[in-house]
Design a protein around this ligand. Sequence first.
Ligand code: GAL
Length: 730
Amino acid sequence: MEATSASSKWFLHCMLLILAAQVAHCSVTYDRKALIIDGQRRILFSGSIHYPRSTPDMWEGLIQKAKDGGLDAIDTYVFWNIHEPSPGNFNFEGRYDLVRFIKLVQKAGLYVHLRIGPYVCAEWNFGGFPVWLKYVPGIRFRTDNEPFKMAMQRFTEKIVRMMKYEKLFQSQGGPIILSQIENEYGIESKAYGAAGRAYMNWAANMAVETNTGVPWVMCKEDDAPDPVINTCNGFYCDYFSPNKPYKPTIWTEAWSGWFEDFGGPVHHRPVEDLAFAVARFIQKGGSFVNYYMYHGGTNFGRAAGGPFITTSYDYDAPIDEYGLIRQPKYEHLKELHKVIKSCEHVLVTADPTLTPLGNYEQAHVFSSSSGCAAFLTNYHLNEAAHVTFNKMHYELPPWSISILPDCKTVAFNTAKVGVRPSTAQMIITNVKMLSWETFSEDISTINDDSSLTYVGLLEQLNVTRDTSDYLWYTTSVEISSSESFLRQGHYPILTVQSAGHELHVFINGHLSGSAFGTSENKIFTFTGGINLHAGVNKISLLSVAVGLPNAGARFETWSIGVVGPVALHGLDEGQKDLSWQKWSYKVGLKGEVMNLVSPNAISSAEWVGGSLAAKKQQPLTWYKAYFDAPEGNDPLALDLSSMGKGQVWINGQSIGRYWTADAKGSCGQCNYSGTYRQWKCQSGCGQPTQRWYHVPRSWLKPTGNLLIVFEEIGGDASRISLVKRLVSGV
Ligand code: GAL
């Protein structure tokens, strides 16, 4: 009898424990110190890994490396345009399988910060907005506009519903502990005035009303209304405080490096400076740091925004574009996380007290019944300091923080890196590209069958709706045989004003010249002498988009393409304005229409064989070859340095845009450091920004892989090679 009552008591006790555990794990809240998970305040390290910027077979490895690097959470945006390519048609397959990605994070035992946006910026095409959204009648993005709010709410709620259905919020026992609505709306909001404020409040309320059971954040939005937490993005965030004393201090984007534009420098942020920034944030009371990016990855296909964002989104992150560990960034941060975690209990219970130790030296001390931790800082840019703290002497290197988890022993100094840099090499493989064939876009017949003609110039996106980067504008001009330039042997000058991003001018089927804008100056003018003959001449302008804008005030209204004027100068009549002639339009290339990139395409394209063909440096040429996959698991890339500008596909999958003829003279390497608080560029001038293009292993089969390259300007495809990425010293 007694035994029975003891065992039923024990059973009851167990049930209560289980219930208590369930209640405890069913909430994420916050206070002024930290996020509170399972009833515990936490210091959390997180890293951005964007699921479509790698392949699903890479996800598990990336997440595991992030975990081993001392991260607690993975942060990702949700990319609306890939998920809803046309209104109401959704795609969550393959690289777009958000649920699978989150479940892998969960399986690894990490949390998720889900940044739904749905505006995401992120150097992503159109900032993540589907292009069709621009054409919803009466729409204005990111302001108090009913059509926009309706579409944004519908998508946000769809994502939240999907997550709830899969029980992925922490309130349901899942990994999502935090969600973001909008992205860096602060500046925009001010520009929009009352409408901006109304929209921002609406967005916050709409998000909160989805009842996820986990907190929402708005990054770089000082006015974020309760209970939404405003957070910081930047190279440094130690100056940042949330807008209410009862909110925790969160850094949603600690920039680990930076992105690249074609034609621009390659960026590098020394880990000493990044570690300094993170330690400084924690010593001021910050409790959540997300590295943007922890793994940047690749802008496959036409996902890159900009314009001019490179296909690589390496970001100088702790895990490189190919999924390999970058040292010393990875290890030094791992050490930092470990040391901070070792005093987490005191950091979340005490407030720091600040004591000056000299002109440039300070101590931040956290002390409570659970212990004592100190951060000793030397802000001097280039002089070491000797300080006395708690009657002990410490040497502090310039621009550094020493962390003393017990207020005595230095466990870590941000400037002292104990790991050697890894070196990445691109090693040529013995893979041969076989059976080269070429196919030329037939320029002479461009627009002969065009169904769209218009008197005047049309904005590019309005015509293409971003189904292709390319739009042909064609017109003709009749030259009288009495024109003096024909006798004098000089050419009339053509000027074409374009709103972006790139232009190739063809006269009677021959490339006459090219021009392009820059990320600073999207608008540009082509000016060049053109070879016209007596009679009718065909002027074909191939306007090329190089990624739609992802940031800037009302960027959805920015024009691209040939906006005019288009004029001929140096004729006997003087200047001839061609802008208001009849123009015919053709979206995309013939090769795109024929779907040449697809391994299954049954097309009538007349490919011309022979390896000599691949050497011909002709504009607007498609190249095709086959190759076998090299053995092993090392990551692979194509070396496209022999090419100019275009796009490349393997087995029908788009590797992305390439541009190696972009060495516009800017210097190759740029370092960012607090020691100068800006990018300093030096060395490597005249090199292409991106020479190597990631080929995911999972896109290859053992033999007979189909390589297709479309080249706009002219290149030597026979010199394209497949390389392996090897990293030593990891
Ligand atoms: C931030 C933005 C991110 C990304 C970053 C630069 O301002 O929130 O989405 O664009 O800049 O890489």
